[in-house]
Design a protein around this ligand. Structure first.
Ligand SMILES: Nc1ncnc2c1ncn2[C@@H]1O[C@H](COP(=O)(O)OP(=O)(O)OP(=O)(O)O)[C@@H](O)[C@H]1O
Length: 449
């Protein structure tokens, strides 16, 4: 993460990373108060803060002893500064250990007060900084549309559209700004869930009337995957094939200067700040290589996921896209265990559809973070129409999670599970058994491959 501001034109409260685990939460809380906030490393300077229109600074430390330092110009700006925990220690020490701080400085110790930190943040933002509550997704869209127009001028932009939340919202936002100067390429690799290809085509082609290219690469992907059983190998093949297809298609287009990407704030924060180890490196399976010959446009890079969804809704994207569950880049390719065949894909697609339908009917679709069907490479003996069958077992997985890093299996009521099981075994051919995964993460992962 750099010290460069993400949104320049916006007054902001800057959260300085002094190692607190709650940095993201603090930044989000301030945005929820209607005030724009960004997280920056402790190496940020006073000059930088001034130029990024900071109206308040929060030095956000953890409960352990402070080990960080800050450019003293940050403390001389005259704007309000709030120190939290080791950030508070730092401020107190800077002013000689006295509790008499200059008027624009205040501190919170989260463990000793037991007070509501959110309330204290609100007080700081509203009463001390007197920050204007002007941050909304409507304002964001207005600012970004202007920015995209002036950046792009009369040139052309290409977007790889997966039908996932991020690339869909990027496409809709850029389309709002420059209309037909945007072209979207959607690769149908045959590994999407039931109804998704139709929904993407309907939304972007029929409703938004975008320059929209659907590439039917189903056979090509399946051919490449024939006989392959190793999960890593499968992921690699799918990722590479995606790049080849995208390259071929984009080479047919002329005069494209920009590539739009659905990078969001979590991607930037999680790729490491000055105080943290990299949490996870972002190697998107469906992603594109960094050395492509385009200038990048990443208009969502300042937004949290729920803000991205709100922008999507504001731009008129349908709820099934805006609220789409996290879905792995290689799609159903990692939910059919072992070799991928057309028959197995059809089974997992139908079973997954039934699961989704019943979860929605039960009103659990917004409550459960992610739920899906898996087809393990297992057959077992059963009875169908009074005859012995030897058919597949389908696995069901449903988890609660906040960020995907840890997860707990969802306690779906028995009667709903029973209904799902009955429907799958009677409606989906070649399935005679349904099992429910009751493993948390850890020790399991959310996906099976
Ligand atoms: N089938 C596809 N067709 C076109 N572009 C794709 C496809 N799959 C992935 N991409 C592109 O690769 C990017 C990264 O894909 P990944 O599957 O890791 O999704 P993501 O980071 O969750 O984003 P999204 O929410 O847009 O799917 C997508 O944002 C999109 O630009």
């Amino acid at each position: 993460m750099s010290t460069a501001p993400l949104l320049i034109e916006q007054d902001k409260i800057v959260v300085i990373d002094f190692g607190s685990k709650h940095n993201q939460l603090i930044t989000r809380t301030i945005r929820e108060l209607g005030v724009y906030s960004e997280l920056h490393p402790h190496t940020v300077t006073g000059e930088e803060l001034k130029s990024m229109q900071a109206v308040g600074v929060i030095i956000s430390g953890g409960e352990e002893e402070n080990v960080y330092n800050i450019d003293s110009s940050v403390l001389d700006l005259g704007i309000p500064v709030l120190g939290i925990d080791s950030g508070a220690q730092f401020i107190l020490k800077h002013f000689g250990g006295s509790s008499e701080l200059p008027a624009n400085f205040s501190t919170i110790e989260t463990d000793s007060t037991g007070d509501n930190v959110k309330e204290k943040l609100r007080h700081f933002v509203e009463n001390i900084c007197e920050a204007e509550a002007s941050w909304s997704m409507k304002t964001f869209i207005e600012i970004e549309v202007e920015k995209i127009r002036s950046q792009v001028g009369d040139r052309k932009v290409l977007c790889a559209l997966s039908g996932g939340v991020d690339s869909s919202v990027v496409a809709a936002l850029i389309h709002r700004a420059i209309g037909d100067q945007l072209t979207c390429i959607f690769v149908d690799h045959g590994l999407l869930r039931k109804g998704e290809v139709e929904s993407v085509v309907d939304t972007f082609s029929n409703q938004f009337h975008m320059n929209f290219i659907k590439v039917d690469a189903r056979k090509r992907f399946l051919d490449k995957l024939t006989g392959v059983t190793d999960p890593e190998q499968k992921r690699k093949i799918i990722g590479n094939e995606f790049i080849y297809v995208f390259d071929e298609e984009s080479a047919k287009l002329e005069g494209i200067d920009f590539l739009a990407q659905g990078t969001i704030y979590a991607d930037i924060i999680e790729s490491g700040t000055a105080t943290k180890e990299v949490i996870k490196s972002h190697h998107n399976v469906g992603g594109l290589p960094e050395d492509m010959d385009f200038e990048l446009i990443e208009p969502l890079k300042a937004l949290f996921k729920d803000e991205v969804r709100a922008v999507g809704a504001e731009l008129g994207l349908p709820s099934e896209i805006v609220h789409r569950q996290p879905f792995p880049g290689p799609g159903l390719g990692v939910r059919v265990l072992g070799e991928i065949t057309e028959e197995k894909l059809a089974i997992v697609r139908e079973a997954d559809w039934i699961l989704r339908e019943e979860i929605a009917k039960a009103g659990l679709d917004r409550e459960i973070w992610q739920y899906f069907a898996i087809l393990p490479d297992i057959r077992s003996v059963g009875v169908r129409n009074e005859k012995r069958s030897y058919d597949y077992a389908v696995g069901l997985r449903a988890v609660h999670s906040v960020d995907g890093m840890t997860a707990d299996w969802a306690r779906i009521p028995w009667d709903i599970l029973e209904k799902i099981s009955n429907r799958i075994t009677s409606e989906v051919e070649h399935v005679n058994r349904v099992v429910y995964d009751i493993t948390g993460k850890p020790p399991g992962t959310i996906e099976w491959e």
